[in-house]
Design a protein around this ligand. Structure first.
Ligand code: 8YV
Length: 317
């Protein structure tokens, strides 16, 4: 008999979907209209859960799955899974560690470049036919901010933070970082205090885990970054105090931002829609065919490993 697996978030790659359907008795939670009736009929048989990094799983749902053995997170962030509770229950949790590093770092640099150089504003300007009306488009499109050589401050020097640092270094950017401790295997400057890092940076890139760092980017940090400073967030929305960020973008107390993540996705503060200083993405940093294929394969492999009594790849609990 195939092991029963509950899928909490969608997987778009056809080969992965085929493998899931082939190997598991798969139930899609998001397609269940009567969730209580579904749980009554199937909860006891569910041995595995697939979820996304942002979606995670509620403690309440875990409590209703008495025979759960494994949660395979299709992402690297595990802040939406109660890892302590999973450990207590002996439920193994895996994440797609290392599978999405390059893509997330690529998008961080893309967002920073897009925000500094006003790429989306320029694109909108051309598409609206405004270039022909204003052949020297200086008034509607102010001169941009140079990216090469910017002082880049990285908040959280994990896999993604390091990959951002490598890329920004290639643009001649001096790199500093803050983290829980200094790292002796990198050539970058450690700044223990986030406020000091913000003061000394032209751009802050948020790449930290969100488990214990909610709201660390607040009005004070944004004020320290200053009116010439840019913020990029490709980690989790809740690392940033969103009302403070909206206020900073509205008042010009920072120059701009590039955001892939938000506190209450898919809701984005509506004040940002008309703000040309911010570049917005719908949480797509890992959304390439190549990376999502690697991630999906790790999810399949994790489930199979646990059902075969083995250690899952990317185990975090
Ligand atoms: C994904 C993420 O968008 O890795 C994470 O933690 O949030 C993203 O890579 C998500 O997990 C896709 O399911």
């Amino acid at each position: 008999m195939k092991p029963t697996v509950l899928q909490l978030s969608a997987i778009l790659i056809p080969e992965i979907r085929e493998q899931l359907a082939e190997r598991f008795d798969l139930h899609r939670w998001f397609e269940q209209t009567d969730k209580a009736a579904f749980l009554k009929a199937h909860a006891a048989g569910i041995r595995g859960v697939i979820t996304g990094g942002h979606t995670g799983i509620t403690r309440e749902l875990m409590e209703q799955l008495p025979n759960l053995e494994v949660i395979a997170v299709n992402g690297v962030g595990t802040d939406a899974v109660d890892l302590a509770y999973a450990r207590d229950r002996g439920i193994k949790v895996s994440a797609t560690l290392g599978a999405l590093t390059e893509d997330v770092a690529d998008l961080a640099i893309g967002l920073l470049l897009a925000a500094c150089r006003g790429i989306p504003s320029g694109d909108r300007f051309v598409r609206a036919g405004l270039w022909e009306q204003s052949p020297t488009p200086l008034a509607p499109l102010p001169l941009a901010r140079q990216f090469s050589g910017m002082r880049v401050g990285i908040v959280g020097l994990g896999r993604v933070g390091r990959a951002v640092a490598t890329r920004a270094s290639a643009f001649g950017c001096p790199i500093a970082y803050t983290d829980l401790r200094a790292m002796d295997d990198v050539p970058y400057r450690f700044v223990p205090d986030l406020l000091a890092l913000a003061e000394q940076s032209d751009a802050l890139v948020v790449a930290a885990a969100a488990d214990q760092a909610e709201g660390i980017i607040d009005a004070q940090v944004l004020a320290a970054l200053g009116p010439q400073g840019y913020l990029v967030n490709i980690a989790r929305g809740k690392l940033v105090n969103e009302p403070d960020l909206v206020a900073a973008l509205q008042s010009g107390s920072i120059a701009g931002a590039g955001l892939d993540v938000f506190v209450d996705e898919p809701r984005v503060p509506p004040e940002l829609y008309g703000n040309e200083a911010v570049v917005l993405q719908p949480h797509r940093a890992s959304a390439t065919v190549q990376t999502r294929t690697r991630m999906g394969q790790m999810v399949v492999d994790s489930l199979e490993a646990v059902f075969a009594g083995q250690e899952p790849p990317g185990r975090v609990a």
